[in-house]
Design a protein around this ligand. Structure first.
Ligand SMILES: [Zn+2]
Length: 304
C-alpha cells in the first residue's frame, strides 16, 4: 500500500484561495472591534445546546464508469459515516440525491458528490470561480488533492478516480480497509461542512492530531485506512454550537460562511499559532546548531 501521499487528500481550500488570489477577506459584518473579539473568543462558548441534532445529507455518486468501485462500496460506507456522527449526537438522514442538488443550506441539508475527475475539475473551477487563465495554476495547486469542501455552498466534491488511484489499495484483501478509508474521508469532509477546521491547524488550540490513546482525530490527516477515529469534547461543542445556531454559527454568519475569514478571526482572537513550516523548522534547527539530515523521519510530528 502506498502511504506516502495519504496526508494530502484534503484541501486546503484556504491555501488554494490565497494562491489563486480569490479571497479578499472582509472584516466581520456589522461588528465593532470589541464585539468581534468577544464573538470569536473561545474562552467562553456560551451555553451549548447538546441535544441530538438532525442533518439531511445527499450523497451523489456520478453515473460515470470511473465510479464503479465507489458504487460497490458506498452503502456500507454511508452506514459507517452515520455511526460515527451518531457518537457526536448528530443524526445524518440520507435523502435522495439526483444530479441536481436539493435545497442545500448550512446546518440543515448538506451534499457530498463523488465524481469523475473531469466532473470534479469542472465543479471545482465553478465553485472556486476559477477563470480560464488561472486554470493551469489551479491544476498545479490541486495536483495531490482529491477533495474540496465548500462551506458556503454546503457541498463537498470528491474526485473518486484520484482518491482510488492515489489512496486505495488495489489488493482485494484490503477491501474493508479501503471502505474504512473512504468512510473516513467522507466523515472528515463532513466535519468541514459542519464548521470544523483541521486538527493540525494550530499548535496551541484544544484540538490534538491524536487522542491520548493514539486514536487519530477525524479532522487530522492521519486517517487513511484507520478503523477507528476519535474527537475531543471541544469539537463536539463546536459542532453543536454550530448546528444549534449558537456562538459558532454566529461566527460563521458574521463572515458570510467564509472559512478562511473564520479561521483568521479565531486565530487572532484566541492567540492560536500555526505550526512552523518544514523550512522554518530546518532554519530553527540550524540556528540551534543541530540540523537534522534528510534521513530524519519527521513523519511522527503532530503538526504537519
Ligand atoms: Zn480537511
Amino acid at each position: 500500500m502506498n502511504f506516502s501521499r495519504v496526508r494530502h487528500f484534503c484541501s486546503a481550500v484556504l491555501i488554494l484561495a490565497l494562491l489563486l488570489g480569490l479571497a479578499a477577506p472582509a472584516p466581520a459584518r456589522d461588528l465593532t472591534p470589541r464585539e468581534e473579539a468577544a464573538l470569536f473568543s473561545y474562552t467562553d462558548l456560551g451555553k451549548v445546546d447538546l441535544s441530538p441534532k438532525q442533518v439531511e445529507l445527499e450523497v451523489y455518486v456520478s453515473p460515470s464508469p470511473e465510479l464503479a468501485a465507489c458504487r460497490r462500496m458506498i452503502a456500507q460506507v454511508q452506514e459507517q459515516v452515520q455511526q460515527f456522527y451518531a457518537r457526536l449526537g448528530v443524526y445524518l438522514v440520507y435523502v435522495p440525491a439526483g444530479p441536481t442538488p436539493g435545497p442545500l443550506a448550512p446546518t440543515q441539508r448538506l451534499r457530498v458528490e463523488l465524481l469523475s475527475d473531469k466532473e470534479w475539475l469542472d465543479k471545482s473551477f465553478k465553485a472556486f470561480e476559477v477563470a480560464p487563465p488561472l486554470r493551469l495554476r489551479f491544476l498545479q495547486v490541486c495536483r495531490d488533492k482529491c477533495a474540496y469542501s465548500h462551506v458556503p455552498l454546503s457541498v463537498t466534491h470528491i474526485s473518486f478516480k484520484r482518491f482510488e488511484q492515489a489512496q486505495l489499495s488495489a489488493d482485494p484483501k484490503d477491501d474493508s480497509l479501503n471502505r474504512n478509508w473512504l468512510a473516513n474521508l467522507l466523515i472528515h469532509e463532513l466535519g468541514h461542512l459542519l464548521g470544523l477546521y483541521h486538527a493540525h491547524e494550530f499548535v496551541n488550540d484544544p484540538i490534538p492530531v491524536r487522542l491520548p490513546d493514539k486514536t487519530p482525530n477525524f479532522m487530522s490527516q492521519k486517517i487513511a485506512f484507520k478503523k477507528t477515529m476519535g474527537f475531543v469534547e471541544f469539537q463536539r461543542l463546536l459542532i453543536h454550537s454550530y448546528l444549534g445556531h449558537g456562538k459558532v454559527y454566529q461566527q460563521y454568519q458574521a463572515v458570510g460562511f467564509d472559512p478562511l475569514r473564520y479561521l483568521e478571526l479565531v486565530k487572532l482572537h484566541n492567540g492560536y499559532r500555526e505550526p512552523l513550516s518544514q523550512m522554518a523548522k530546518m532554519a530553527q534547527r540550524v540556528k540551534k546548531g543541530s540540523p537534522k539530515t534528510f534521513d530524519d523521519d519527521d513523519d511522527d510530528d503532530d503538526d504537519d
